[in-house]
Design a protein around this ligand. Structure first.
Ligand code: FAD
Length: 383
């Protein structure tokens, strides 16, 4: 039976995340949005607080929180500043395909240092010509004695310039689609790697998004993850863990937008009474409240299923799709409730609205989530 029962220790972790987001993230959110600088000071504090690399298990030196609690923590981080939350959780996205198959040597070289220091990582899959269609990537990995030679271009890589290592998906033979794909851990300082300029995005502006070019990059065989031909599977499976995080970030944005809206609606007067007493405004708040709760339950169920060892792919898509959509809808309505002030950078809701949009795009667009859901539904109907 689906349960949200937290132990005292788990509740303490959640409380810590809540306090961290309100004290260390929220006060700096507007400043970093404006400067677009990478929020290293927050990342370092998050690491000290144990809130970086949430997905590390105890055997890796992490807290071993479980998928449900991790996502609940991410909601709190998303509430504080979703751009910073994206920078933080990009590490978990990169760890996703690595942890299940990493060798003891790979764990020692790349994962153990992350426990001791605020080391960042990146998930390098998307390319200029292949985003939704991951099976269409062209980055090649050719066998060359004890090495692979990597050539290609990745795009929109979160943490691109700050990562010490990348998870890279490449292909032995592009004509073979996903069957020829390999996943690698690639140290970011290898010769032949060139990181592009920072993308100036609509929202989440302090998150670091870059293109990365790999030109004749020599990768020792020991950095291959698992088996040749299995890379696509590792890269896709990681979404069963990370999509609830995106949904949770969306819920954090929406909850924050709603809290601002409720406060403002009670204070702001129009036609001689608080705007909260105008039904049109009150009903927007009602829709916010029900949508936030529904979206929260969806990501929690997806996380809980993972903790029970259940296949949760469809539920991750439910959560990501609905969580992303309500983040946009609720933050948009928050701007509306604030009227002209909502459109001004003096107030926090326009940033929430700008930040929310990416929740409908990265880690599989809303259309791709619907594709996954519809295939699952028809598959179930046909046995
Ligand atoms: C800020 C940011 C950060 C990102 N971070 C990362 C990262 O860290 N690592 C990484 O690998 N990638 C990252 N991405 C890439 C992101 O995952 C892709 O942008 C996303 O998957 C969409 O791919 P695309 O941009 O190529 O759009 P396209 O695939 O070209 O899609 C364009 C439109 O067509 C629709 N569409 C495409 N195919 C179908 C279909 N079969 N059915 C219906 N509609 C379809 C899409 O939904 C979309 O509306 C990031 C992107 C951004 C903007």
């Amino acid at each position: 039976m689906f349960s949200l029962q937290l132990s005292d220790d788990q509740q303490a972790v959640l409380d810590l995340a809540k306090t961290f987001s309100r004290k260390e993230m929220m006060p700096l959110a507007a400043k970093y949005d404006e400067s677009m600088e990478y929020p290293w000071e927050v990342i370092k504090k998050a690491h000290e607080a144990g809130l970086l690399n949430l997905s590390l298990k105890e055997e890796h030196g992490g807290l071993g929180l479980g998928a449900l609690l991790q996502a609940m923590v991410v909601e709190e981080l998303g509430y504080g500043c979703s751009a910073m939350a994206t920078a933080i959780t990009a590490n978990d996205l990169a760890l996703g395909p690595v942890l299940p198959v990493a060798t003891p040597e790979q764990l020692e070289e790349f994962i153990k240092p992350m426990v001791d220091k605020p080391i960042m990582a990146a998930y390098c899959v998307t390319e200029p010509g292949a985003g939704s269609d991951v099976a269409g990537i062209k980055t090649s990995c050719k066998r060359d004695g004890d090495n692979y030679i990597l050539n290609g271009e990745k795009m929109w890589i979160t943490n691109g310039s700050v990562a010490s290592w990348y998870f890279v998906l490449a292909t032995l033979d592009a004509s073979q689609g996903h069957k020829a794909m390999c996943g690698f851990i690639v140290p970011s300082n290898l010769p032949g790697i060139a990181v592009g300029k920072k993308e100036v995005n609509m929202g989440q502006r302090c998150s670091d998004t870059r293109g990365i070019v790999f030109k004749d990059v020599k990768i020792p065989k020991k950095y291959l993850l698992g088996k040749e031909g299995e890379g696509f599977k590792y890269a896709m499976k990681a979404f069963d863990h990370s999509r609830p995080f995106v949904a949770a970030v969306g819920v954090g944005i929406a909850q924050c937008a709603m809290d601002h809206s409720v406060k403002y609606a009670l204070e702001r007067k129009a036609f001689g009474k608080p705007i909260a007493e105008h039904q049109a405004v009150a009903f927007m708040i009602a829709d916010m409240a029900k949508d936030v709760e529904a979206a929260r339950l969806l990501y929690q169920k997806a996380g809980w299923m993972a903790d029970q060892g259940m296949r949760n792919t469809k539920w991750c898509s439910f959560a990501k799709c609905f969580g992303g959509d309500i983040a946009v809808r609720v933050s948009q309505d928050a701007v509306q409730i604030f009227g002209g002030f909502g459109y001004s950078t003096e107030y926090p809701v326009e940033k929430l609205y700008r930040d929310s949009k990416i929740c409908q795009i990265y880690e599989g667009t809303q259309q791709i989530q619907r594709l996954i859901i519809s295939r699952a539904v028809f598959g179930e109907a046909q046995g």
